[in-house]
Write a protein that binds this ligand. Structure first.
Ligand code: AMP
Ligand code: ZN
Length: 475
């Protein structure tokens, strides 16, 4: 509300637009949440670092935010279109476990990932399975005018709404060839809004409906939950860029059918680009993927991954590599080291330097340009013309937006410390203290012996390391 006008990229117009909330100061944001049949991979988590940045910027600029992240615990098939198995049912069957227990396990793990990445808890995490009656009522209200029955369920006829696929602009062959054919569909892009169970289908999650016992189609839940918690028209809808092609066009079609208008349901549709590996896009269904825990096991702090995300603009592809992550961790550590120095010298409350506040505002108001905000923060930390207290106040201001926990993070937190290491931290610290004492007593034979002993346990002692790492575990 204050400061620079907020400019955000709208995937609908493929343009930057000045953000104008429907009912200021209130802003409603809906973010498509994870499908909880497995752990989130770090690519998925990039989507939530992005929505958290959006949420933090809106709040920092003075808006009163309601943010919804749903949990997809039913209905998402192995393809985003209508082919394949229900991801949740397939995972439960493969694990031989109760589907509700699977959903709870991965939902809890997802929430823990958000906490570890310092992603603020949204206003609500609604579960799809808690909204099935609402989904049935929504489907009933549009069935007559917009849907038709096949044996496999109730299908949405996309030719009944204006301008289907405007968001995707996927009228080329590549777009359409990804939509798997289902016998009897009127248009290739038609999609199931209710899937009727086949006679021999053995589902753990099933509900009665006017179209037989079965389960809702995936796209339906987001139309229903966004409407329930934010209203039929709200401010911003977010998701990963894959959602721009199928899931969001389908949500829009349902919203238009329900409101009997051309209204898409949200003013802005925003999409983060992918985290990619050299081998291609990171994906959950491929089986092999990187979780946040895998990064921690290699000795990286979750916030090093957060800063890696913030270094790139959310609309750019970001390449993941261990080298990039290590460089991000060093960057964060340098920052934390300087801030520790300021804290040691500061002694009272500072005043936020207005020039820096304004530059931060200009950067993030330019479509959430955190990549531009980070070097400003580096300059602020090193700004000799400002007192340590004022610098600390400015850093706290930046951190409200960046969420790097700069007020509490320590260098020791950021030490690379792989889970596979054969020795523990207390032992290392004790041996290093003994080594310091030996050196103070000029007993270099003893100090060298301790260094060699640590090296044999995989611990490299880093005397005089400018970043103050002191030691690191090599694996
Ligand atoms: P899912 O659990 O598959 O429904 O995905 C959760 C979120 O992650 C969605 O917003 C996806 O669009 C997003 N997403 C999936 N893969 C990636 C990736 N490699 N990089 C960034 N975002 C992704
Ligand atoms: Zn969704």
């Amino acid at each position: 509300m204050h400061g620079h006008p907020l400019s955000l990229y709208n995937s609908l117009s493929r343009r930057l637009e000045t953000f104008q909330p429907l009912a200021p100061p209130h802003v409603g944001v809906y973010s498509c949440g994870p499908t909880v049949y497995n752990y989130a991979h770090v690519g998925n988590l990039r989507a939530y670092v992005f929505t958290d940045t959006l949420a933090r910027v809106l709040t920092w600029k003075g808006y009163d935010l309601t943010h919804i992240i749903n949990i997809t615990d039913v209905g998402h098939l192995t393809s985003d279109a209508d082919a394949g198995d229900d991801k949740m049912e397939a995972a439960a069957r493969a694990a031989g476990r109760d589907i509700w227990a699977i959903a709870k396990h991965y939902t809890d793990a997802f929430k823990q990932n958000l906490t570890d990445l310092n992603i603020r808890t949204p206003s609500r995490f609604p579960l799809a399975t808690d909204h099935v009656p609402g989904m049935i009522a929504f489907a009933e209200s549009i069935a007559e005018k917009h849907c038709y029955r096949l044996d496999s369920g109730l299908y949405f006829d996309v030719s009944t709404v204006p301008d289907y696929g405007r968001l995707a602009r996927a009228k080329d062959d590549a777009g359409e060839s990804r939509i798997d054919p289902v016998d009897g569909k009127r248009n290739p892009q038609d999609f199931a809004i209710w899937r009727t169970s086949a006679a021999d289908e053995n589902r753990q999650m099933e509900w009665d409906s006017p179209w037989g016992r079965g389960a809702p189609g995936w796209h339906l839940e987001c139309s229903v939950m966004s409407k329930q918690y934010l209203g039929a028209h709200f401010d911003i809808h977010t998701g990963g860029i894959d959602h721009r092609e199928i899931h969001h066009p389908n949500e829009i079609a349902q919203n238009q059918a329900h409101s009997c208008s051309a209204d898409t349901g949200a003013t802005l549709w925003m999409h983060n680009n992918f985290l990619v590996e050299r081998a291609g896009k990171m994906s959950k269904s491929s089986g092999e993927f990187l979780t946040l825990q895998a990064l921690v096991d290699r000795g990286f702090h979750p916030l090093s991954y957060r800063i890696l995300c913030l270094q790139a603009h959310y609309r750019s592809e970001l390449e993941f590599s261990w080298e990039n992550l290590a460089a991000a961790q060093v960057r964060l550590k340098r920052m934390v080291q300087s801030i520790e120095g300021l804290r040691a010298r500061g002694d009272s409350d500072g005043v936020i330097p207005s020039g820096y506040h304004d530059q931060l505002d200009a950067a993030v108001s330019d479509d959430l340009n955190t990549a531009k905000a980070l070097p400003l923060l580096d300059t602020l930390v090193a700004e000799k013309k400002l007192s340590p207290d004022d610098r600390l106040a400015g850093i706290a201001d930046f951190d409200t937006v960046l969420g790097l926990n700069l007020a509490t993070l320590t260098r020791a937190d950021l030490r690379t410390r792989p889970a596979a290491a054969t020795t523990d931290e207390a032992t290392i610290e004790a041996r290093l203290t003994a080594r310091k004492e030996a050196r103070a007593a000029k007993d270099f034979a003893a100090s060298d012996a301790i260094r060699d002993e640590l090296l044999a346990a995989g611990v490299e002692v880093m005397d005089g390391d400018p970043l103050g790492w002191d030691w690191r575990v090599n694996v």
